[in-house]
Design a protein around this ligand. Structure first.
Ligand code: BYC
Length: 474
């Protein structure tokens, strides 16, 4: 019998809740079996220099040491309770925040938690094979850090399902381990989590773009009137920041290396750039277009009655809800959304309540634009003339008003035929993927060494030097 109070660091008094303990005793072996099957390939015996959260205190959530990943302590942490916290929006605004699930919202709340939970193991599955082509020990350690924390985020949602949803919660927790990213019969719930992440450029793009959807969705759920969900998401956000850092700096380092090689050799043409073993900026732009557009779909339909219900019932707020200066009920307010009419994109106002997905997407786009601006500065500082751009919102969308439309990155409405003609300029082609894959045929394992296609980071992890042995293969 496992002693869960020792095995699972937690601040939810796990040891005193027998029902919960029994539920976890059942689920934990299934989770481990999923990790052995779907976690990072061949990694089980490696010693990895990982950050582990052992408490929510400032000195407790970032303890660094060598850990074998199957022995990682996937803890359960909720931000401490604020006894005075209220429901801050929707029709229950002003009531004390709920400590138990309100009966009338049980099924939609479960649906939200399951959707959130489903993304966590999905991303681990998507990244399973990347360890074998890592550009350095530093990067290998970072992907493993991301993977174990996604595992912890799955635990966080499973804790809520087990603790608050009884039998159907337990069934959902099992189903979270049964779906598989990309599986035709039993896929993950949301589109982006069924796309392959075939190489490290895709991984960094994913952690920059898609993990940032994680941030915005978690921020919206952190506003929830269901207090345990709010407190869980608040703690998850502390970990999410590192994932986005890995993505942003990963892409920046690839751009930097490409620009250095372009300048040193005085080349600009993508085929000349490729001949020097780095990733041309045009390919980076196409990856950006892909990951950005697929992630925009994760916000759901522009006009959504689900989103309105989530808000009205106090379950899912807006980004920084309590900092916004309005009535937090949105009975009268309007919000602009775009749609295609004829061959034009037109913007019209709709009730703000129904446009909450669009609003969160817009908040996300603002932050993304800043990050892309920082990548641009790497190019500009190197003295290379190339402009990275964010495609317009309607480009390459499968969910919402733009689904089934053919919009160029500049926002022109095209026929399918015209769009298809340009597709290989706009989105990564099989040839692009094959080229990027060809650079990543083996892994770089000498401490302090980096693959030719990526610049070293500015500093190591936890003040360790760049040539620190971040992973020991045993
Ligand atoms: N793909 O009214 P609609 C993260 C479904 S990422 C497939 O348009 P709604 C992480 C939708 O589920 C953050 N299906 O949208 C990142 C619904 O289906 P049902 C994850 C989609 O419901 C990296 C139907 O279409 N967390 O944490 O307002 C690594 C009509 O729905 C998609 C959350 O998403 C899609 N893209 O909003 C690791 C938060 N979009 O219910 C982790 C929880 C929509 O009719 N989820 N559909 O069968 C939500 O708040 C909402 O479910 C959504 C959709 C925002 C996703």
């Amino acid at each position: 019998m496992i002693n869960y109070t020792e095995k699972i660091p937690n601040n939810v008094d796990l040891g005193r809740d027998r029902v919960l303990q029994r539920a976890l005793e059942h689920w934990q072996p299934a989770y481990m079996s999923w990790w052995y099957d779907m976690g990072p390939n061949e990694s089980h015996n490696y010693d990895v220099y990982l950050r582990t959260a052992v408490s929510v205190e400032p000195d407790g959530w970032a303890q660094f040491d060598y850990v074998k990943m199957p022995e990682y302590r996937w803890g359960i942490f909720l931000q401490p309770r604020d006894e005075k916290r209220l429901v801050n929006f929707g029709i229950h605004k002003g009531q004390p925040a709920w400590q138990e699930v309100p009966g009338e919202y049980r099924s939609i709340l479960r649906r939200i938690i399951v959707t959130q939970g489903d993304t966590e193991p999905a991303s681990v599955e998507q990244q399973k094979m990347l360890g074998i082509s890592c550009p350095s020990l530093y990067d290998l350690r970072n992907i493993f850090q991301v993977n174990v924390e996604e595992g912890r985020h799955l635990w966080a949602m499973v804790y809520l399902l087990h603790r608050y949803f009884g039998r159907d919660g337990r069934e959902e927790a099992e189903a979270l381990l049964a779906r598989r990213s990309g599986d035709t019969d039993n896929p993950r719930i949301l589109g982006a989590f069924n796309e392959p992440t075939p190489d490290w450029l895709a991984f960094y793009m994913f952690t920059f773009f898609t993990d940032r959807d994680g941030k915005f969705q978690l921020c919206a759920l952190a506003e929830s009137g269901f207090d345990p969900l709010s407190r869980t998401c608040r703690f998850m956000l502390t970990e999410e920041a590192h994932h986005m850092f890995v993505g942003e700096t990963g892409v920046a380092r690839i751009i930097q290396r490409t620009c250095e090689v372009m300048k040193e050799n005085n080349v600009e043409d993508p085929s000349d750039v490729r001949a020097l073993g780095v990733i041309d900026l045009q390919t980076i732009q196409r990856y950006l277009n892909f990951h950005y557009s697929v992630t925009l779909d994760l916000y759901g339909s522009d006009v959504s009655s689900n989103a309105a219900n989530y808000f009205t019932s106090g379950l899912k707020g807006r980004f920084r809800e309590t900092k916004l200066d309005d009535d937090h009920v949105l009975g009268e307010a309007e919000y602009p959304v775009s749609e295609v009419i004829g061959d034009k994109i037109v913007t019209k106002k709709v009730p703000a309540l129904t446009a909450l997905n669009e609003r969160l997407r817009d908040d996300y786009i603002d932050e993304i634009a800043d990050g892309v601006g920082r990548w641009q500065r790497v190019i500009d500082n190197a003295g290379v003339s190339f402009r990275l751009t964010l495609p317009r919102k309607g480009f390459h969308r499968e969910i919402g008003n733009f689904a089934g439309r053919f919009i160029s990155p500049e926002g022109e409405v095209l026929t399918q035929e015209a769009w298809k003609k340009h597709e290989i300029q706009w989105l990564p082609s099989a040839k692009d993927y094959a080229y990027v894959q060809s650079l990543m045929s083996g892994r770089v394992t000498e401490p302090g060494k980096f693959a030719n296609w990526i610049a070293p980071p500015v500093r190591g992890i936890n003040n360790q030097p760049l040539d620190f042995e971040y992973v020991r293969f045993n």
